[in-house]
Design a protein around this ligand. Structure first.
Ligand code: HAH
Length: 326
């Protein structure tokens, strides 16, 4: 039976999110199925620079070394985000907001240190994550970044990353990317960056999907819309939850046959779409390796298990695997 990376080797990279535990314990499974990895948390600002000037690169170094030793790419995730930021980043010594110039200086110092360290080795970065507001007509999500710097914090993040590594592919990354309203706002944001000559090379579609949403039509419309920008597309954080968003039930202790069947149907259609648009879509990363661990075990319902991948808790193929590996 073909492995995941073998099945798509002439189409797009197949990646998995890893963490400090799985990079140690799941090496055989990673080497078998994947040719790209992403740090689930360990390359976010909170983990890379927990205190000002104190950079902790050891886990990221280990992940990159594993990737290089095994012929894998590593996607850098992420440089500028409103979440998992260390508190000090936005505050002066009195706990007040720093100035625009000081926050730009701190943003540049962080990006310079991190991107320069891995220059020529990390070929794609999620430079800015989730800057678009989900609801209504407002384009930009409220955050300390936009409050203190303004909407052009995004422009600066990409410019600083490009200066640090001119050869790295720079991505804007977001979720709910296939919902028509948010799709249009992401499109406008990225088009604006391009129109201003900001160095951006790709759009990351997180693809945190489920058995019921988004529709195939909306996914295809999003892939087509983003493709109009002439940029690379990466699916960056794929998982297919067995629960609809907002379903807070806690009685399901293992996936039902119906769930697994529907999940297999959905995965087959998703990968058929990815294959159809492979000239634009160059990488598909799962936000984990197997059902043994997923961030969805605690989100959005604390303590509830989920089974979102094509490999089961033992790392063995699920019905969905057999529908995408042909
Ligand atoms: O699906 C969502 C729903 C609400 C908020 C954020 C997200 C997705 N947000 C992602 C998920 C997990 C984190 O590890 C990633 O870094 C982040 O990009």
């Amino acid at each position: 039976m073909k492995t995941l990376k073998e099945s798509f080797k002439d189409k797009f990279l197949v990646g998995a999110a890893v963490n400090a535990e799985t990079i140690e314990n799941d090496q055989e499974l990673l080497k078998k199925h994947f040719n790209s990895i992403t740090a689930e948390n360990e390359m976010k600002p909170m983990h890379m620079q927990p205190e000002q000037g104190n950079f902790t690169f050891d886990v990221a170094d280990k992940m990159l070394q594993f990737a290089e030793d095994n012929g894998m790419e590593l996607r850098g995730h992420t440089l500028v985000w409103h979440n998992q930021m260390p508190k000090w980043f936005f505050e002066d010594e009195n706990g007040n907001d720093v100035s625009r110039d000081e926050l730009l200086r701190r943003m540049k110092a962080h990006i310079d240190a991190v991107v320069t360290r891995y220059k020529g080795r990390i070929h794609a970065w999620d430079v800015v994550n989730e800057a678009v507001e989900d609801r209504g007509e407002q384009v930009y999500r409220q955050s300390k970044w936009i409050d203190i710097i303004g909407e052009d914090f995004i422009d600066y993040a990409f410019k600083y990353a490009h200066e640090a590594d001119p050869d790295a592919l720079l991505f804007y990354n977001d979720y709910n990317e296939s919902h028509p309203n948010k799709r249009e706002k992401i499109y406008q944001l990225v088009k604006g960056l391009l129109d201003r000559g900001v160095p951006i090379h790709g759009v990351g579609l997180q693809a945190h999907w489920n058995l019921y949403d988004p529709s195939y039509e909306n996914i295809e419309a999003a892939i087509k819309r983003y493709s109009e920008l002439g940029l690379q597309l990466h699916v960056t954080e794929m998982d297919v939850s067995v629960f609809e968003f907002g379903d807070e039930r806690t009685d399901v202790k293992e996936p039902t046959k119906e769930m697994l069947h529907l999940q297999a149907e959905r995965y087959e259609r998703f990968f058929d779409l990815f294959t159809k648009y492979q000239e634009h879509l160059t990488s598909v990363t799962f936000w984990g390796i197997s059902d043994a661990y997923t961030w969805l075990n605690d989100f959005p319902v604390k303590g509830r298990k989920n089974w979102p991948f094509v490999l089961d808790e033992k790392g063995e193929p699920k019905p969905a695997y057999h529908r995408i590996v042909k």
